[in-house]
Design a protein around this ligand. Structure first.
Ligand code: ATP
Ligand code: MG
Ligand code: FE
Length: 350
């Protein structure tokens, strides 16, 4: 069965084509992506109205590109999946509207996918896919969560951030350092030339005993340090970047290992944009090797938002014999705020 996936929850327009046969691992046949980063950069963040309008402009050309890559036409598509939430309402509506119109025209099902489930399952498209059960560390621009994952649709939230997400912490610190938007990757690049032990920044909730995170205070700590440095900042920027990255990563690694100990599981999946961070990968590799834990990541191109993970999540849910508790037909709504856990634990029903 051929699944088309459409992602428009924020500032990336993504289309992916995935084929699922029986119970075999779904395969990625084609993917096309447009990032709006350059457009939003002038404003220092995502402007929702501009995002929606750009999704409208980009979606159909990307659809052609992804199908072309797959060597397929629209008539080969057997289900159209789209990101139903969480995300920006106007942006979500573009993807949902296009997906449901397409599905109606093709007389195939339209499937509303949870964006975080897409991130969570994205490592299944990698060369080294995980097996259930595992602990998932979901670290994106809007979320930081630890989950126990027993199977498709069987997720238990173990802990999450009580304020900012890890990606947000990277971005806010980068802004303080004048690294532009979105600063996460830029901060990571600069950190390569710095000393991670140069500044003692706080590790919020490190020894709280629980699995929740808090990153909001870090931005203030970086700002205070930057002010203290005054004119010296320019020469110490790389050190401050490296110290910031080290603080965020130490907390993520510490809590991920605590979650593994708590659940007794020996497999960790890291998904979401911050999963692309090389320092995080290196620190996790070291810590997990000591504990006999295997770590799985999505391919680098699938760490941040994309349509492939949406098609994949739809395909895997379909294979697991269930679908989302959503109305029939091609009517749609979107869910800008949508926790993953409450509905996902329910046994999927056809
Ligand atoms: P959500 O999925 O929670 O709605 P999102 O889709 O905006 O949020 P992603 O696209 O998964 O989030 O990830 C984007 C975030 O990842 C940004 O905050 C970005 O700065 C961060 N990020 C991307 N690459 C890196 C990197 N190499 N190091 C650190 N952070 C990074
Ligand atoms: Mg984005
Ligand atoms: Fe995302």
């Amino acid at each position: 069965m051929v699944f088309l996936g459409i992602e428009t929850s924020c500032d990336e327009t993504g289309v992916g084509v995935v084929r699922a046969c029986g119970s075999q691992p779904p395969q990625l046949l084609g993917a096309a992506l447009h990032s709006q980063v350059a457009m939003h950069r002038n404003y220092g963040g995502v402007v929702p109205e501009l995002a929606s309008r750009d999704h409208i402009r980009r979606l159909l050309p990307l659809l052609d590109e992804a199908l072309g890559q797959a060597g397929l036409t629209l008539h080969d598509v057997q289900a159209v999946a789209y990101t139903r939430g969480p995300g920006l309402a106007g942006a979500l509506l573009v993807g949902a509207g296009v997906a449901c119109a397409l599905a109606c025209a093709l007389q195939v099902p339209a499937l509303g996918v949870h964006h975080l489930e897409g991130h969570l399952l994205s490592p299944f498209l990698s060369a080294d896919p995980p097996a259930f059960p595992f602990v998932a560390l979901l670290v994106s621009g809007g979320h930081t969560q630890l989950m126990r994952v027993e199977g498709v649709g069987r997720y238990q939230l173990l802990g999450e951030t009580i304020d900012d997400a890890a990606g947000e912490a990277f971005d806010k610190a980068a802004k303080v350092l004048g690294l532009g938007y979105p600063g996460g990757p830029a901060l990571a690049r600069l950190a390569e030339q710095g000393d991670p032990a140069a500044f003692a920044l706080p590790r919020p909730l490190l020894h709280s005993g629980g699995l929740d995170f808090s990153f909001a205070g870090l931005k203030t700590a970086v700002l205070t340090q930057a002010r203290k440095l005054g004119p010296e900042l320019a020469a110490r920027k790389a050190d401050l970047a490296a110290s910031t990255q080290a603080a965020i990563v130490e907390v993520l690694v510490h809590k991920a290992l605590a979650a593994l100990r708590l659940t007794g599981l020996k497999r960790l999946v890291v998904a979401g944009g911050v999963g692309a961070n090389q320092w995080l990968r290196a620190q996790l590799a070291q810590a997990c090797a000591r504990q006999g834990v295997r770590v799985h990541y999505p391919e680098l191109t699938l760490c941040t938002d994309n349509g492939a993970m949406i098609a994949l999540a739809a395909a895997m849910r379909w294979q697991a014999g269930g679908w989302l508790p959503q109305g029939d037909g091609w009517a749609f709504d979107v869910k800008p705020r949508w926790p993953l856990e409450p509905w996902s634990l329910a046994a999927p029903a056809r």
